[in-house]
Design a protein around this ligand. Structure first.
Ligand SMILES: *Cc1c(COP(=O)(O)O)cnc(C)c1O
Length: 485
């Protein structure tokens, strides 16, 4: 049965149905899709359809079977991951881009917002002198930044590692608390995961610069080329911020690339109570941030910032191909656009990273910042940090709670305690399972100095004080029940 094009293209009608379904979803009155007894799989698990059912039926199935069985991540009380549900502005912008500009190239409004939003984002996060490129997430953003570091380190020796491969062992220094995408980047870039030196942290989860100095000295003596130092601006585990100034100065002293992983924590600079912890950011050669974390973008948006994108281009170029021949206008620095043709792709983002086809992500970041401004972002960041700080104060004073890592940003690691309970790890593990089953206040767990901790990370645009209060009450209630057994 051929579909009626008029019906297919009636976006307003179909989007309004989906919009109503999503509004309903956000009330979180549906059953828990993760529950082993939920039935959605029975409806969805059908053989490959030979004939289509049409857009009306697809919409129906989305509304009835798919959306209500979505993820707990957008729940205001979900604090387990550092990604969140997309805000309304982000959802609208993504939908707009998927129809009106499927690619980021050609001189469209979407393409313009790609660069404008990168500049806004950099300026908002205190790195306005750097130039950016979007990618799918912190994993790829770190890879791109370290690709730049690799290029820079080898070019100093007159060698092109992107073209020829690496020809000598190198080392990258990162704290023991770094995100493991740093190690994976080492694997992908051909320097090896083992090239990542794990520098131990102090009691607050911050890289120990004395050990960093030692490790660099040892490698240099052994003829190993120091390629990069990675500083965390907000570790995934506890939100700790490494001593960026000291690390940056050591990097400068040895002419080593200084990369700052701010995937989660870079927007924390907006909170004036802790903005001083970001001193030294100006020394960075590359910085990443994930708008799909604190800024509320739908997943699939990260940015890598560097001083000079031409370096990224040497690290990631595809080299000329017939299908691209003549199609690429090199950035001439002036940003001026004279041509009016399909041959001018504008800024060659596809050479600054590992993606050719890519959605327009700039419009999403533009919408997020345009909607609430820097002040709105600042309020959100402060609100989340305040929630973690309040939780820590409350837990400090409560006889049955213990803070395991004092919050720097919006993460607070703590646990339930009771004097007669010998295995607190087990008790907190059980407590956590109960929380997840109850499906309302869901932190993750982690280990802090060997102890099992509950780890809420307050990051969702829809999360406020009431979720923190709710989590505390649930922990005290369930902890009390478990301890009484
Ligand atoms: C989340 C995170 C990453 C990885 O980002 P993805 O977007 O999940 O790929 C890298 N570094 C840090 C510090 C993170 O918190």
């Amino acid at each position: 049965m051929p579909l009626e094009q008029a019906e297919v293209d009636n976006l307003q009608r179909w989007l309004s149905h989906i919009g109503a379904g999503l509004d309903q979803y956000l009330k979180f009155e549906h059953p828990d899709a993760l529950h082993p007894d939920s039935h959605w799989r029975e409806y969805l698990d059908i053989p490959l359809p030979r004939q289509g059912v049409g857009i009306a039926q697809v919409t129906r199935e989305l509304l009835d079977q798919v959306i209500p069985n979505g993820s707990p991540v957008p729940r205001p009380g979900f604090s387990a991951f550092i990604t969140t549900g997309s805000t309304t502005a982000s959802t609208l912008a993504s939908a707009a881009a998927s129809i009106a500009s499927p690619q980021r190239y050609l001189h469209t409004a979407f393409n313009f917002l790609e660069e404008l939003s990168l500049q806004w984002l950099a300026e908002m996060c205190g790195i306005g002198r750097l130039k950016g490129v979007y990618s799918s997430g912190g994993s790829v953003a770190n890879l791109v930044a370290l690709g730049g570091a690799r290029q820079s380190a080898f070019e100093k020796y007159g060698h092109d590692p992107a073209a020829e491969g690496v020809n000598r062992p190198v080392a990258v220094y990162a704290s023991a608390e770094c995100h493991h995408t740093i190690q994976r980047s080492g694997g992908v870039l051909g320097i090896g995961r083992r090239a990542i030196r794990s520098i131990a942290c102090d009691g607050d989860g911050r890289m120990r610069v004395d050990l960093l100095q030692q490790a660099i000295g040892k490698d240099k003596k052994a003829g190993i080329l120091p390629m990069a130092i990675v500083g965390n601006a907000g570790t995934t585990n506890t939100g700790a911020i490494d001593p960026l100034r000291q690390i940056g100065e050591i990097a400068a002293e040895h002419s080593i690339w200084f990369h700052v992983d701010g995937a989660y924590g870079l927007p924390g600079i907006l909170d004036d109570q802790i903005s001083h912890l970001y001193q030294g950011l100006e020394l960075a050669d590359s910085v990443i941030v994930d708008p799909h974390k604190w800024l509320g973008a739908s997943v699939g948006v990260a940015a890598t910032f560097v001083r000079d994108r031409a370096l990224l281009s040497r690290a990631f170029t595809q080299e000329p191909a017939d299908y691209l021949e003549g199609a690429v206008e090199r950035e001439d620095g002036s940003g001026a656009v004279i041509e009016h043709s399909l041959d001018d792709f504008g800024i060659p983002y596809f050479d600054y990273g590992v993606e050719l086809s890519s959605p327009c992500r700039g419009v999403v970041v533009w919408a997020l910042i345009r909607e609430i401004g820097v002040e709105g972002m600042r309020q959100r960041v402060k609100r989340h940090n305040d929630m973690a700080r309040y939780l820590a104060r409350f837990a400090d004073e409560h006889p049955n709670l213990e803070v395991l890592s004092k919050p720097t940003l919006s993460i607070c690691c703590f646990r339930y305690t009771a004097p007669h309970v010998t295995d607190l790890d087990l008790l907190n593990q059980r407590l956590h399972r109960r929380l997840v089953r109850e499906n309302e206040f869901m932190p993750s767990t982690t280990r802090v100095q060997g102890k099992l901790a509950l780890r809420p990370c307050f990051i969702g645009a829809r999360a406020d004080r009431s979720q923190m209060d709710g989590l505390l009450q649930a922990v005290l209630r369930i902890g009390g029940e478990l301890a009484a057994r």
